[in-house]
Design a protein around this ligand. Sequence first.
Ligand code: SF4
Length: 248
Amino acid sequence: MRVTEAGLEALNGRLAGAAPLDVLRFVHQTFGRRAAILTSMQRAGTWLCRLADQAGLDFDVVFVDTGVLHEQTRWTRDELARTHGNLRVITLSPERTFAAQTAEEGLLYLSVEGQERCCDLRKTAPLHAIRGRYDAFVSALRQGEGGARSKVRPLGLDLAMGALRVHPLAHVTNEELDRAIAADPGVVVNPLHAMGFRTIGCFPCTTPVLPDESERAGRWRHLASVQYCGINPVDRGAAEGGIELDDR
Ligand code: SF4
């Protein structure tokens, strides 16, 4: 089955205004075990997991452990696995330890060029290593995050993974997210958020943010020009011809 940008337009039209849980149900019904939630264990992602678990949607949850995460993030992963019985948490890891990588290539994250390689080695490559296992990845990108994500749609294409990218929270505002999480004590919230971290990443490259800073100001603060690691590409257009999904 070939999925093109034109086909996505129609699907995005059908999903316009759909609640996050409705989008999750649509993906689960369409792809079954060939859909997974991809999360770094920040609160929007763990809220998505909570919605799926409560509704009995038995997604795999794919988590990339770069080897340089805060212990609170691994705790969140473990707590999610312990309390969300309908979900299966799968941890992906880079080929080399961070120590081995550093011994061979130095502290890559200190320069813009090095950061790109480090994120590729430690985040994107482990995900690309499972290319073909899933037809759809659900993640918690929101237009409210601003920047390149301000145009994110419910459905997009990931050409590198040959899969759909699904964003059930695309239109959820920061205020709506705050209210939903505050109202549900069953959501596993990464303790780093209470310490001022608005987003969650590797400890060398992620800091808390001040109240008047943007949500992603704490990412790669030492590299002014870097905003994203590349594991969650925002969709691309029809010129690339769409993607082929396995027949089901
Ligand atoms: Fe490396 Fe920093 Fe990217 Fe983590 S966020 S993979 S430490 S460059």
